[in-house]
Design a protein around this ligand. Sequence first.
Ligand code: COA
Length: 260
Amino acid sequence: MEYKNILFEIKNKIAFVTINRPDKLNALNSATLNELKDCFTAIKNNNEVNVTIITGAGEKAFVAGADISELNKLSTLGGKIFSEKGQEVFNLIEKLGKPVIAVINGFALGGGCELALACHIRIANEKAKFGQPEVNLGIIPGYGGTQRLTRLINSGRAAEMILTGDMIDASEALRIGLVNRIYPAEELISKAIELAEKISSKGQIAVQMALRAIVSCDDISETEGQNLESSLFAICCGTEDFKEGTSAFLEKRKPNFKNM
Ligand code: COA
């Protein structure tokens, strides 16, 4: 598929996905969502990708939400389909099986904040702003935001953001755990690459098993989660990477994981 609204490249086992509609603050129209679906399906199936970085083009926005010019035309049934479509794409990202880092370089509003929430790690620059402003439009978050935001930052804070529609700045987002780290704008992408390279240098079966256990937390009970954890742990014990990692430690050398 040829992309019109996103940029996509793979370098050193890191995939870079950039939403590229800067004149519309990277708002997610349905064409962009389709491209994201295609792109993340390709990433899922590509063994040459260990980690993905997703960001927005331009200086101003990560993603300023779903495209309001499309929202404006929705009927009741259309709204259900619209919401489920976004949920499907963001679920694909969350359940990709490989780490996705949201690199939030400006406004992350509505569907943009929800996109960041579907990623596994969020880092931002100092001027990033976050919000779920849907109530200002007479709707609610529809791409998983009511669920993921509530789980991530707790129900009181999520209720305040979703019911007021107010934006919060990067330092507040850091304080409440909506992002992991904040960097000066000019350092953000290099810090993201550093983080992606660090994860990519580990044994990838272990990375993927750990991620699977972490992501499952939202869907299953503690008992089922621990059961899954011990099974995934056992799978790791059968890998070459495990032999290499433990031997390297005992031999006081750096591990040379197969996937590197
Ligand atoms: N959907 C469609 N277009 C959008 C958009 C969105 N979610 N967010 C921004 N844009 C467009 C604007 O319409 C404008 O297009 P134009 O130049 O053709 O008129 C362009 O992006 C630049 O936005 P603008 O509003 O002029 O920038 P600003 O710096 O004055 O304000 C925001 C920035 C983010 C505060 C403002 O754009 C905004 O509130 N956007 C909507 C956020 C939102 O409600 N998102 C949730 C949707 S569910």
